[in-house]
Design a binder for this molecule. Structure first.
Ligand code: AMO
Length: 455
C-alpha cells in the first residue's frame, strides 16, 4: 500500500536534481510552476527549482460528495492546480515514483498536498521570443530558465577554478578600491563622481593597485572584481561595468612568462567546466565544450597584420591595431593552422599601448605586451610593466599624462620594485565566447550599459 501523503506529513525538502537518487516514497519538493497541463482526468505540472525540473501529477477530482473527505481534499488540490499561474512558487508534498516512461527525468511526484507559497500574477511580462532588451527589463524572470541557470553555474565553476589555480600557487587575493583620485587606465571612458569636497573616479581597472603589490613584496596577486568604463558604445562586447579577472606577478623576464601562466589558468578553468558541465552544455547549447591545449599559438602584431592582409581584409585601423574583423581573421587562422580557439597576439606598437607597458630593449617602438583572442575576439590584455621610474615617467609624459597627478603611482617605483607583469581579462567575454552566445548581456547577471541602470 502506498503511504498517504498530505499537508500534515513531515518531510524535508529534496532538491529536484536529487530526486533521482531517492527510492519511491514520500517526498517534499518546492520551486516554481513552469507549465500546467490541466486535463479533465489528470493534471500535470512541471515544477522547476534551482537544480532542475520534475513532473507533478494529480489525478483530478472535479466533484466530491459530502462526507467523502479524500475526494474533497483531492478536489481542493485540483482546483488549486487549475488556478496556478506560471511562475507561482509552491511547496508540494507527495509520493515519488520512478517511471521510465516519464520523459522528464524518468520520475514523477504524485501530489499529496500543494501549498501556494507566493502566487505570480497571471500574465508573464516576457515570452521566449521577447527582445533581449525586454528580457533584461525582467531579468529575474528571464533567469528562471535552464540555460541561464547553467550559464551562471558555469561562471561559478570557472571563477572557482581560476581562484583555486592561483591559491594553490600561493598567490595573494587582493581587493582594490574602485573609488580613485585619478584615472586608472586613461582619461577616456572615465566615470566621474562627486566625492565630498572633491571629485572621484571609478576604477577602469585595478592596474595601479595590483602593481602596488609588487613593491609591497606580495609576489603574485590576483583579483576578480568590477571595473567601470564610461564607454558609450552599444556593441555586443562592451559594458559600462564588468567583472575583470586580473593577475600580477613578480620576476617575469618578459610578457611570455605572463602568457605561460595565463594559458595554464584558462586550461584549468575550462577543464573544471568541462568536467562538471560538459554533458549538460552539449544538451542545452548543442555543442561540444572543448578544453584548450597549451601552449596557445603566438603571433606578433606585425605577423597578425600580415595574416589579416593575406586573408584579403585590408581595413587595418589607422593606428595599426586589429579591427574586429581583423581579430576574427587572426582567430580563424589560429583555428585552421593550429586547431586552437585561442591565440596570443604579441609585441604591440608602443603607440597603441599604455605608458606603463615595457618597451623592447632594442626597439622602443614595440612593447612587451599581448592581447589574447578567443573565438574571434579579444578577451584580455597583458604585459610586462615598465618598473624603471625614469623611463616610466618619460613614457607617461609622452602619452600626455601629468606626472604630478600620477605622483603616488610613480612613488611605487622609487623604493625598490621587482620586474613584473600581469593581465586583465573580461569574465563575461570569456563566457560569451566559450558558450557561443551573441552578447555579453546574456552572460552578465545584470548588464550595465549606456542606457541601462535598472534593474
Ligand atoms: P584592457 O583595457 O584591454 O586592459 O581591458 C582588459 C580586458 O577587460 C575587458 N574589457 C571589457 N569588458 C566588457 N566591457 C568593457 N567595456 C571592457 N573593457 C575591457 C576585455 C579586455 O580585454 N589594465 C589592463 C590589463 C593589464 O594590462 O593587466 C586593461 O585594463 O576582456
Amino acid at each position: 500500500m502506498e503511504e498517504a501523503v498530505d499537508s500534515t506529513t513531515v518531510i524535508e525538502r529534496t532538491r529536484i536534481a536529487d530526486l533521482a537518487a531517492l527510492p519511491d516514497g514520500p517526498v517534499a519538493v518546492a520551486g516554481w510552476v513552469e507549465t500546467v497541463r490541466d486535463q479533465k482526468k489528470v493534471q500535470f505540472v512541471v515544477l522547476r527549482d534551482e537544480t532542475g525540473a520534475a513532473q507533478l501529477v494529480n489525478p483530478a477530482t472535479r466533484e466530491a460528495e459530502d462526507g467523502d473527505d479524500d475526494a474533497r481534499a483531492r478536489l481542493a488540490i485540483t482546483n488549486e492546480i487549475s488556478g496556478l499561474a506560471h511562475g507561482t512558487f509552491v511547496h508540494v508534498r507527495g509520493t515519488l515514483k520512478h517511471d521510465e516512461r516519464v520523459k522528464l527525468g524518468g520520475l514523477e511526484v504524485k501530489v499529496g498536498s500543494l501549498e501556494v507559497v507566493s502566487a505570480a500574477k497571471p500574465e508573464t511580462p516576457i515570452a521566449d521570443d521577447s527582445s533581449l532588451d525586454k528580457r533584461l527589463d525582467w531579468r529575474f524572470l528571464d533567469l528562471r530558465n535552464r540555460k541561464q541557470n547553467l550559464i551562471f553555474r558555469i561562471q561559478t565553476t570557472m571563477e572557482h577554478a581560476f581562484r583555486t589555480y592561483w591559491v594553490e600557487r600561493d598567490y595573494i587575493e587582493i581587493h582594490t578600491p574602485k573609488l580613485m583620485a585619478s584615472a586608472s587606465e586613461s582619461r577616456a571612458e572615465l566615470f566621474q563622481l562627486e566625492y565630498f569636497e572633491t571629485t572621484a573616479y571609478l576604477a577602469q581597472s585595478p592596474q595601479n593597485f595590483k602593481q602596488m603589490a609588487q613593491p609591497a613584496g606580495f609576489g603574485a596577486v590576483f583579483e576578480i572584481a568590477d571595473a567601470f568604463r564610461a564607454d558609450p558604445s552599444f556593441t555586443s562586447r562592451h559594458a559600462t561595468e564588468f567583472t575583470s579577472v586580473d593577475a600580477e606577478i613578480s620576476w617575469v623576464e618578459s610578457h611570455h612568462d605572463v602568457m605561460a601562466m595565463h594559458e595554464e589558468l584558462l586550461v584549468a578553468g575550462f577543464t573544471a567546466v568541462q568536467e562538471k558541465y560538459g554533458k549538460e552544455i552539449e544538451e542545452v547549447f548543442g555543442f561540444e565544450f572543448v578544453v584548450p591545449t597549451a601552449p596557445f599559438p603566438r603571433v606578433t602584431l606585425a605577423e597578425a597584420r600580415k595574416i589579416v592582409a593575406d586573408s584579403g581584409h585590408d581595413v587595418v585601423r589607422a593606428d595599426g591595431d586589429l579591427d574586429p574583423e581583423g581579430e576574427r581573421r587572426v582567430s580563424a587562422w589560429a583555428k585552421e593552422t593550429h586547431g586552437s580557439e585561442f591565440v596570443f597576439v604579441t609585441d604591440y606598437d608602443a603607440s597603441i599601448r599604455p605608458y606603463y607597458h615595457m618597451r623592447h630593449a632594442d626597439d622602443p617602438t614595440l612593447t612587451n605586451s599581448y592581447d589574447l583572442l578567443f573565438n574571434g575576439a579579444e578577451i584580455s590584455t597583458g604585459a610586462q610593466r615598465e618598473h624603471r621610474v625614469e623611463t616610466l615617467e618619460a613614457q607617461a609624459v609622452e602619452k600626455g599624462l601629468d606626472p604630478e597627478e600620477l605622483g603616488w603611482y610613480l612613488d611605487f617605483f622609487r623604493y625598490g620594485v621587482p620586474p613584473h607583469g600581469g593581465f586583465g581579462m573580461g569574465l563575461a567575454r570569456v563566457l560569451m565566447l566559450a558558450l557561443h552566445e551573441p552578447s555579453i548581456r546574456e552572460v552578465t547577471y545584470l548588464f550595465r550599459g549606456p542606457t541601462r541602470l535598472t534593474p
